[in-house]
Design a protein around this ligand. Structure first.
Ligand SMILES: [Cu+2]
Length: 162
C-alpha cells in the first residue's frame, strides 16, 4: 500500500512539473522479477484517463528496448505482439495492463530484476490535440509466479485474478 502511495505521489509530481493537471492516473504499477539469465520481463499497471488519450511511448533505464505489447490468440497459440499505434485510453474507462493482456515489455535487461526492486518506467501520453504528457511511475518488482499473492493491494481488487 505504501509503495502504491509513493507511485501515485511520484506520478502527481511528474505531471505537476509538466504544468498541467494530470490527465492520466496510474495505479498499482509493478514489474515481474526475473530469474537468472532472463533478459526480458513485463511491467503492469492500471491507467485511467480523464480525457481521451493514447499511451504512445514507454521507456525505462533498466532495459535497452522497451515496447508496449499485447497478448493475443493466434491459431490456438498465445502470442505477444507490439502495439505500434499506441494504446487508446478512453476518458473515464480504466485500462489494465496485466499478465495475459497488455503489458510494457522490458527487453535487453541491463541486469536481473529482484523482488522488491523499484523500477522507473516512463510513460508518454498524447491527447486528442497532440499535446504530450510524461509520467514516470515507480513499479515494484514482485516475485515470479507469485505475483497475485505478493501484491499488497490485490486483496482489494477482485478483478486481479489472472
Ligand atoms: Cu511482451
Amino acid at each position: 500500500m505504501k509503495q502504491l502511495l509513493i507511485s501515485t505521489l511520484l506520478a502527481l509530481t511528474a505531471s505537476a512539473w509538466a504544468q498541467a493537471p494530470a490527465n492520466v492516473e496510474v495505479k498499482d504499477a509493478w514489474v515481474r522479477a526475473t530469474v537468472a539469465q532472463q533478459k526480458s520481463t513485463g511491467a503492469f499497471m492500471q491507467l485511467s484517463a480523464r480525457a481521451d488519450t493514447r499511451l504512445v511511448d514507454v521507456s525505462s533505464p533498466i532495459a535497452g528496448v522497451v515496447e508496449l505489447h499485447e497478448m493475443a490468440m493466434e491459431q490456438d497459440v498465445m502470442r505477444m505482439r507490439a502495439v505500434k499505434a499506441g494504446l487508446a485510453l478512453p476518458a473515464g474507462k480504466p485500462v489494465e495492463l496485466k499478465p495475459g493482456g497488455y503489458h510494457v515489455m522490458l527487453m535487453d535487461l541491463k541486469g536481473p530484476v529482484k523482488a522488491g526492486d523499484v523500477v522507473p518506467v516512463t510513460l508518454v501520453f498524447e491527447g486528442q490535440g497532440g499535446q504530450r504528457e510524461t509520467l514516470v511511475v515507480k513499479a515494484t518488482a514482485r516475485p515470479l509466479g507469485n505475483a497475485a499473492a505478493a501484491a499488497p493491494a490485490a486483496a482489494d481488487h477482485s478483478q486481479h485474478k489472472h
